[in-house]
Design a protein around this ligand. Structure first.
Ligand code: URA
Length: 259
């Protein structure tokens, strides 16, 4: 049997939406009246309440974080810090760089020597979507490589590189400077950028993630973190929204590969 929801966790939908940044209370009432708001898959009407801790609230099919206990941190991971929760070799972990309560987890992984933006959260729905390959959120990297890649090498990186776990999807690749590339990929394979560059004869010297979907922050110094702003969170949620297929309820995308 499931536990009954305490009354303290149930709030009027329009109030929750207003707090989550969807505009004035009146504007949020309109969203409800327009039938654009669902709780656990069902369209709500004015006066309905939502369990902010357990229910999934969606606006236009986009899940919206409304649980006041969820947090979203953007960290600039320095090199030499591991992305796992604990390290058997005693190396510093990303969890040591952010508040310990509430407990958060990293969304995806950066290699030990990779620097740059990493999201940490306790928001399970968002994590699932951001790490699910079907949603394909763009990740942008600044990549310093050995040597100076030829046009042919750049073309190969763009069109797809044959790796041992299959050919990579088309990527956006530009030459920023001699031996410095900007690479945007939407897959999340293990050590993907390093393996792509090595495969075309230009091993990575330095790798920095500069963007996750709509999130960037050139002013965040290495080792520093900050909470996502509400507008950033909404943009991120938009970036991982499910496109309704028309056959049945708004669902999860088809799984194709692991993260
Ligand atoms: N690609 C890599 O090779 N390493 C990372 O840490 C991230 C992307």
């Amino acid at each position: 049997m499931t536990e009954p929801t305490p009354d303290t966790d149930r709030e009027r939908v329009q109030k929750v939406l207003a707090r989550a940044g969807f505009g004035s209370r009146r504007r949020c009432e309109e969203l409800v009246e327009e039938g654009r708001v669902r709780v656990d898959g069902r369209v709500v009407v004015l006066g309905d309440r939502v369990d902010v801790v357990r229910s999934v609230l969606e606006v236009d099919g986009v899940p919206v974080s409304v649980d006041p206990t969820t947090v979203h941190y953007l960290l600039n991971k320095p090199a030499g810090v591991v992305t796992t929760a604990a390290d058997t070799h005693g190396r510093p972990t990303v969890l040591e760089l952010v508040p310990s309560e509430p407990r958060v987890h990293p969304v995806g992984r950066l290699d030990l020597e990779t620097e740059g933006l990493l999201l940490l959260t306790n928001d399970g729905t968002l994590t699932h979507r951001l790490t699910h390959p079907s949603f394909g959120v763009d990740k942008e990297y600044l990549v310093e490589v050995e040597g100076s890649p030829s046009r042919g090498a750049l073309r190969t990186l763009r069109e797809g590189v044959e790796l041992e776990d299959g050919r990579t999807a088309p990527a956006s690749v530009s030459l920023v400077d001699r031996g410095v590339l900007r690479i945007v990929i939407h897959e999340g394979r293990n050590r993907q950028v390093r393996r792509m560059c090595a495969a075309v004869g230009h091993p990575v010297v330095r790798l920095v993630r500069t963007r996750i979907g709509p999130l960037r922050d050139p002013n965040l110094r290495p080792g520093a973190w900050r909470p996502l702003e509400l507008a950033e969170l909404r943009e991120l949620e938009q970036a991982v929204q499910v496109v309704p297929t028309g056959d049945g309820p708004v669902g999860e995308p088809a799984a194709d590969e692991g993260v």
